[in-house]
Ligand binder design. Sequence first.
Ligand SMILES: Nc1ncnc2c1ncn2[C@@H]1O[C@H](COP(=O)(O)OP(=O)(O)OP(=O)(O)O)[C@@H](O)[C@H]1O
Length: 230
Amino acid sequence: MIRTQDLRYQYAGADAALQFPDVDVAQGAVLLLSGPSGCGKSTWLALVAGLVAPTAGTVEVADQSLHALKSVAADAWRARAIGFLPQKLHLSAALTVQQNLAMAQWAAGQPEDATAIHTALQALGVAELAGRKPAQLSGGQAQRVALARAVLLQPRVLLADEPTASLDDEAAADAVALLLATARTHGATLVIATHDARVAALIPTGPDGQIGFQPLHLLRQPLLKQEQVA
Ligand SMILES: Nc1ncnc2c1ncn2[C@@H]1O[C@H](COP(=O)(O)OP(=O)(O)OP(=O)(O)O)[C@@H](O)[C@H]1O
């Protein structure tokens, strides 16, 4: 679950704060975070991941109030609770696919678990690529590897930043279907942040569609004056 209230964030040096509508996303539901470039999607993701603290307002993720977390605890919490699929996949070029996933386990203070890595890669159909370096992968394969890494530690929340950027229609449909299926398998709440207008149409809604889908469209931000920020 993700719940935010009166959320605002002001960058250092900026003379105004970004403000975000309240959300209440149930565990296992899907939030489509859309809006034009510069409306604050990446900032919202950083707030929900606990990477930055809000200037005002509250964020609760996976039953944890982020306000209550101290920085060391926040790192450990983030490693366990949040799976992140960044737009630039950030696979380490010097490491194999297997080692890239092992890095996620080390970063969370866990011993390397080759069985869990194999299971995650297999679920995404890329287990046979475990010994390759990222440069030896296609774009789609690299995205699957990064998604396997994102869900390796069974996160409660999966954040995907522009997962369809620079993909053609077929690949974009595959990427969204893969995200939905992977999140459902893990019971994770899924956030897809995108300015790609195709994505909304790729999420099945209605009686037989995605359970608990909700859109959050951010507008180009009306800038708040500093004194309006509590
Ligand atoms: N470090 C920073 N310092 C000051 N302003 C920033 C900083 N990072 C982002 N901003 C501003 O905050 C606003 C929101 O940026 P953000 O990156 O969250 O938008 P976005 O919706 O993710 O954009 P895009 O779709 O282009 O990635 C923009 O006006 C941006 O210029």
